[in-house]
Design a protein around this ligand. Sequence first.
Ligand SMILES: O=C(O)c1ccccc1N[C@@H]1O[C@H](COP(=O)(O)O)[C@@H](O)[C@H]1O
Length: 204
Amino acid sequence: MFIKICGLRTAEDVDAAVAAGADAVGFVFAHSPRRVDAATARELAARAGDRVLTVGVFRGQPLEEVRELAAASGIRAVQLHGDEGAEYYEALRPEGYTLVRATAPAPEQPESCGALGEDLLLLDAPAPGAGKPWDWSDPRFVPPAGRWVLAGGLDAGNVGRAVRTLAPWGVDVSSGVEVRRGVKDPAMITEFVRAAREASAASA
Ligand SMILES: O=C(O)c1ccccc1N[C@@H]1O[C@H](COP(=O)(O)O)[C@@H](O)[C@H]1O
């Protein structure tokens, strides 16, 4: 199971995610209380090391801004949360990033990973980063084909049920490992990773 801890802002956050065994860490460049600048993200990405995928999170920003921030911060993956079209994926593909397309699921419109040229599909709530889950139990929801990551309102208390019910390829959390908006808690990060791994092992 791929586990991403998102919205990290400090060295302590990164150390906690790496020590817990996260596979990816995210830095928000979109408008958000979690936003970091390129220099901070660069330091944090270097601290995370090569074993961990470093992800920049964008929402509705011009392609040139995405390009510049991604290059300046040294992140290895780009996560796009707005209505960015296939041209973003086409333009970023040659630059070697792992490309993540984030969207809110619409049960009547099944999603498929790779539809716009992405490597990973992230299914998130309509208001990303708000800690609100979407309705995972909607019987019309069909899990996407390919590699998909579940996000939106996850925490250590619900991630096990989500993994057992939906069997996503990965999970992503931000609010659910915070004591208040934008402030991560190392113990909550550890507990989240433990709960996700335990559920994934039990479902294997
Ligand atoms: O975290 C933010 O503020 C944010 C802003 C703009 C786009 C995405 C953002 N966060 C992403 O939201 C999901 C899940 O968040 P949560 O666990 O529900 O708080 C995660 O992928 C973040 O990268």
